[in-house]
Design a protein around this ligand. Sequence first.
Ligand SMILES: Cc1cc2nc3c(=O)[nH]c(=O)nc-3n(C[C@H](O)[C@H](O)[C@H](O)COP(=O)(O)OP(=O)(O)OC[C@H]3O[C@@H](n4cnc5c(N)ncnc54)[C@H](O)[C@@H]3O)c2cc1C
Length: 466
Amino acid sequence: MDGFPVVIVGAGPVGLAAAVHVRSRGLTPLVLEAGSQAGAAVREWAHVRLFSPWAEVIDPEAAKLLAGSGWTAPDPARYPTGGDWARDYLQPLADALGDQVRYHARVTGIAKLGRDLLVDDAGRDEAPFMVHVSTPEGGERVVARAVIDASGTWTGPNPVGGDGLSATGEADAVDHISYRVPELRSPAGRRRYAGKHVVVAGTGASALTALVAFGELAQTAPATRITWLVRRPGTSHTFGGGDNDQLAARGALGRRAHDAVAAGHVTTVTDFRTAEIAGRADGRLLMTSFAGATVADVDEIVAVTGFRPDLGFLSEVRLDLDPVLQAPSALAPLIDPNVHSCGTVRPHGANVLRQPDAGMYVAGMKSYGRAPSFLVMTGFEQVRSIAAEIAGDHEAAARVELTLPASGVCGGAGLFDETETSAAGGCCSPQPTGDLLTITDAVQPPCLGSADNEFVTTVTAVSGRS
Ligand SMILES: Cc1cc2nc3c(=O)[nH]c(=O)nc-3n(C[C@H](O)[C@H](O)[C@H](O)COP(=O)(O)OP(=O)(O)OC[C@H]3O[C@@H](n4cnc5c(N)ncnc54)[C@H](O)[C@@H]3O)c2cc1C
């Protein structure tokens, strides 16, 4: 096994950090990246500003590697955009890793060498992995001593459909649907959205970013109408912790979204789970909920309802995933947004991320499955611990010391169906107990009272077709 590399799927922030930690352990990493550059997913949201400053989005071990390459560290207090993150950190880091990062290399399958999911021989645990890779030159096989899947969830946006499947007519309407926050400052963005009736669906940070951006657009193009579709019965927990959010920029985002809604640019429709999107003769769309409520005369839909992991290429690897979140079962109780959704996720490592097939780990955004609260500094800690475990340093793998900021972003990708009252447990519920980790707990923010926040223009969807 010693001669084989540790294969890392994805050259995003967590995959690249994994490579650095694997190297620092004297092992050989091989990062396989489907895109043509480092941070291929991050570059697709280049125009979005992070709510974390530079200090929190650079892996400390990676910074040491970069320091030796003449890299100038960005101002730790500033907040980069996705584009800045890719250009000023991820690409230089990938360049410093040299040929340990391969581009145009899409992982299409992973299995224990010569064994499918069923084969249960004595050598399964010791067997290396066979990684199937699609490249422009054709298919390739790479043998790996261990695999860290850090392929993110960016390619798996949730559909508009309220049952998790595409709504009737969603595929036909796809030219009028964006599954990411659009760039509204560009001429193309203005052309597409200014003066239109835009539906924003979702309640996570991306939805708040979209509401702020559309609120700004409505100031300069007053004919722009925004309808905010929310699956839950209310929005009181959607705007986060405001001043109490230890992620200051994320608190500010919630406040700004709240202000955009309160300013009257946005009509909020709650309890709306989309069943159908029908094209009308005038080219506009009619959205209908499962309860029969409608939103008419829609020009464009911005669906930011969260992401789901691609488990397709893991079909021959033994996984132990939570049936709801699709996150590693041992991690799910720590991140379940229905239990404690404010970013009070405990730092964790290899012991909750390892999979039943020895040497297989899921890390980064993908490790959270469908849970919305992932912070990249959590991912850096994950891969530090995983690299230690692969190298056989179990003491370092088990020692997890990281203070995560508490965040009042109570909610996410439409996972919540509880009443407003029961959802409040998400923010103020006790921290889960964990017996695996050494941690330093961050301060828990107080919950914002639901009544304090509930002053937005809210239209509860009415049953019955109109
Ligand atoms: C708009 C937005 C803003 C965010 N802001 C913050 C923030 O301020 N602070 C914070 O802490 N977190 C933030 N996050 C969350 C998270 O930190 C980022 O999404 C981060 O990019 C996750 O890193 P990752 O490496 O796990 O996954 P990704 O960045 O998604 O990287 C995965 C990589 O894997 C590649 N890939 C995918 N499939 C394959 C395959 N089959 N084979 C090979 N390669 C593959 C992709 O091309 C991609 O390059 C934000 C997320 C979004 C979407």
